[in-house]
Design a protein around this ligand. Structure first.
Ligand SMILES: Cc1cc2nc3c(=O)[nH]c(=O)nc-3n(C[C@H](O)[C@H](O)[C@H](O)COP(=O)(O)OP(=O)(O)OC[C@H]3O[C@@H](n4cnc5c(N)ncnc54)[C@H](O)[C@@H]3O)c2cc1C
Length: 391
């Protein structure tokens, strides 16, 4: 009897394993993860950004916990007294907006952020020019600056949680879930690619963009699809120094990455498919659409060279863009999910691991009440949209 089977051992699965182990329940779960290198998982392919720029309090609270956790990550996750190195790069986030509707949405979010203890600032055009002289803000009406936001090493985050969980006694099984046997009430057995089966009391689906396929194994319908997101890394002739993550009204965002910059696009045209290749079509899109937008915002980007590119996949919730977390309400009572993090799961990983631990051990959330993000809103057809900054 495996007790709790955690499906997927990337940032969500390993954070859950860590939090369960810290609560003294390492032996109650196994983590099933086919790839210990996490080559295709979204987490290590992500931008590693941690922001508190939301308008939904639960999202702010999750990222607040994520930020404080990552800031102290090296010490919290030391193994045998070896803290390791895990810098939090506090370069900030900057959301630029144009037009009265976008400004009022930004002000609405800003008030909620302030109420939740996040001291972000609204900057006018003159202040933007002064603080970020490399920007062209002629067409910008305001900017929301989160000076305490920043970035972490996403691969380091996954490996830190995993390493610590294993050191505390959690078992990782290198295998792939290919079936879930169930009756009308509950999941009873997990079937692995190797042919092995595990009798379970609870199954927790944390398989990211692959989670909808796991849901289909038990007949659960989730409005979540894989959404390919190519990232382009480029370098410029002119050194403008490190920048925050800047989100443009064109929806293009970019940030400092190593000696250059990283920017990304989402392939809405092929939503629902895993597309790993970045070919001539994507490069043409970069040159015709993204590059002009980047160069308009930062004149120094007029001369740039794309050095490399890679694709990852959002688990995109097409219903309202937010995570669906908790038990399958109206379905199998022991099937728990956390799916649909879009481009913002890395920062929520610590809070989600803690929330699911509370749910598994106490039957309720104790730190952050995530009920509004449950499957119930799908049943009720009541979406919970973020306005303004969307990942
Ligand atoms: C390009 C890009 C940029 C991003 N930028 C940011 C950012 O700046 N900030 C932020 O917070 N978030 C960002 N994200 C989002 C973030 O990466 C994800 O929300 C987060 O990684 C989700 O974690 P996860 O553990 O649910 O999924 P993943 O990290 O994708 O892991 C899923 C795991 O499930 C495993 N799995 C799959 N199928 C099975 C199976 N059948 N059986 C067992 N295991 C299975 C996989 O091997 C994998 O390890 C970005 C994502 C992308 C793609």
């Amino acid at each position: 009897m495996a007790g709790i089977a955690v499906i997927g051992g990337s940032i969500m699965g390993s954070s859950l394993a860590y939090h369960m182990a810290m609560a003294g329940h390492a032996a109650d779960l196994v983590v099933i993860e086919p790839d210990p290198t996490y080559e295709w998982a979204a987490a290590p392919r992500s931008a590693g950004g941690v922001r508190r720029m939301y308008g939904i309090a639960e999202n702010i609270e999750m990222s607040l916990y994520g930020r404080s956790f990552y800031e102290d990550f090296a010490h919290l996750l030391d193994v045998d007294g070896e803290p390791g190195v895990f810098p939090f790069r506090e370069l900030g986030y900057l959301h630029l907006v144009a037009g009265s509707k976008a400004v009022s949405e930004m002000e609405h979010n800003w008030r909620i952020q302030r109420a939740n203890g996040v001291a972000n600032e609204i900057l006018d055009r003159a202040t933007l020019t002064k603080r970020f002289p490399f920007l062209n803000v002629d067409d910008i009406d305001a900017g929301l600056h989160g000076p305490r936001d920043g970035f972490v090493d996403p691969y380091g985050a996954v490996m830190g949680f995993r390493r610590k969980a294993i050191s505390l006694g959690v078992e990782y099984i290198q295998d792939r879930v290919v079936g879930l046997e169930h009756d009308d009430v509950a999941v009873r057995r997990v079937v692995l690619k190797s042919g092995r089966t595990l009798d379970v009391e609870t199954a927790v689906n944390l398989a990211g963009a692959w989670a909808p396929a796991i849901c289909r194994m038990v007949g659960m319908d989730v409005p979540v699809v894989p959404l390919s997101r190519p990232t382009f890394y480029f370098e410029t002739m002119e050194n403008i120094g490190p920048t925050p993550l800047i989100k443009d009204p064109s929806d293009i965002s970019f940030r400092t990455e190593g000696g250059g910059f990283a920017t990304g696009m989402t392939r809405q045209d092929v939503a629902g498919e895993f597309i790993w290749e970045i070919g001539a079509r994507e490069h043409a899109y970069f040159e015709k659409v993204m590059w002009p937008a980047l160069a308009r915002r930062v004149p120094a980007f007029s001369t740039l060279k794309v050095q490399r590119s890679w694709a990852g996949h959002y688990a995109m919730n097409q219903f309202d863009g937010n995570v669906i977390i908790g038990p399958w309400i109206g379905g199998l009572e022991n099937f728990i999910v956390a799916v649909g993090f879009s481009g913002a799961g890395l920062q929520k990983g610590p809070a989600v691991g803690r929330a699911l631990t509370e749910l598994l051990l106490h039957g309720e959330y104790q730190s952050i009440d995530l009920h509004r993000l449950s499957y119930q809103r799908i049943i009720d057809d009541k979406p919970l949209f973020e306005i303004g900054f969307k990942a």
